[in-house]
Design a binder for this molecule. Sequence first.
Ligand code: SF4
Length: 450
Amino acid sequence: MSETLRGLRVWICALGCRSNIYEAEALAGELAARGASVSAEAEGCEVAVIVSCSVTATADRKCRQAVRRARRVCGVVAVCGCWAQALPGEDVLNLGIDILAGSRMKHLLPGAIEAKLASPGSAPLEFRGKNRDEDTEGDAKWDSLSLDRPRLRTRAFLKIQEGCDHFCSYCVIPFLRGRSVSRNPEDVLAEVKRVVSSGCREIVLTGIHLGDYRTGDVTLPDLIDKLSALPGLSRLRLGSLEPFALTTPLLDALADSPIFCRHLHLPAQSGDDGVLSRMRRGYKAGDFLSLCDLAREKLRGDLHISSDILVAFPGETESAFQNTMSLMERAALGRVHVFPYSPRKGTEAWSFGGRVEPRVASDRVAAAASLGERLLSRYASRFIGATVSILAESEREGVLEGYSRNFLSVEAEFDKKLEIGQKIGQKIGREVDVLVRQCANGKLKGARIQ
Ligand code: SF4
């Protein structure tokens, strides 16, 4: 690869989901291969690449803020992803965006940056993915990005599925990311081998609708079997998995995998059947609870089930909200991300009546988040006195930080008594055993024992 970007400093900013993180990492690798140096900070960079998100109004606002920050300090501003896909042309000009790449167009970015640097002052370059109704063919294509090694994080997020055909009534993603498409399993395996040979011990399979993964007769359980046999890979995780995609064959493949980390993120969204029906989620609260029971039966009782909860959906009454709080308790969830409903133009729910007052919505967010904290502490406390293995991600003042296999955040002090004398920093990216002594706000604290 010619070093056309030698000496260039590029700010890579990934907003939103884990698929965006993968795309940011892959773009970082592509730009580094062309000689650029990649930074997680804008200051001092000539080029900014913003991998954008549009899942909520807040996400839109953050994208605008990132573009304005980039415009202040960088020479070339490139924006890609969901927010970019729907951004009107006049906004591209008003915000001073130089390059826009919509869905499935991100692979064009490195070449576009070269072109823009060769002709500064030229008109913005725009590569928009066609909307899903306009282009059935184009939508089925995979955006050809690939990863050699993670640069921005210790673990590697690997996108294996794109798009979604489920159309939950509140979700704009199917309109922005297009139809569901899965990546060729040989490409996935080749990418994992590259990442592992770079020294990375942990991968997180991710997608927009991960459970929809299928190419020909290769399904997600098949892929997990293949990955679990790869030498050098010691920790395998799944990104967010829609509950309606959690099947018995998938649970069996995870149970058989010696490297699967016992954590599942299953977005329940609500615990009220009426709300779930209007959300078009395709399951009832009771189904979600049965799934949690089945998952614990198959994957051991200490399985960490985390979730997303969307409160104040149009028409959500106080009793419907209480059903959600009750589901969170009965499912014995761990970490819970709570979001207020965000109206998205173009979605079915956009025209639903019964909008919940903002004050009531924020009260419900606060109540659900507070319950979530209690549930996480309750789940994490069971590990006090146990030894957990963490992937060391950072070190601060002689304390290692990382995540356990059950996806709990862990701080590990260096235990002077053991006098092992190894430099703690040498442990970053490696697995370390920690004897857990206490739990504070869902975070485990202990001592490194090897
Ligand atoms: S499954 Fe539903 S929430 Fe998830 S991306 Fe698809 S439409 Fe959105």
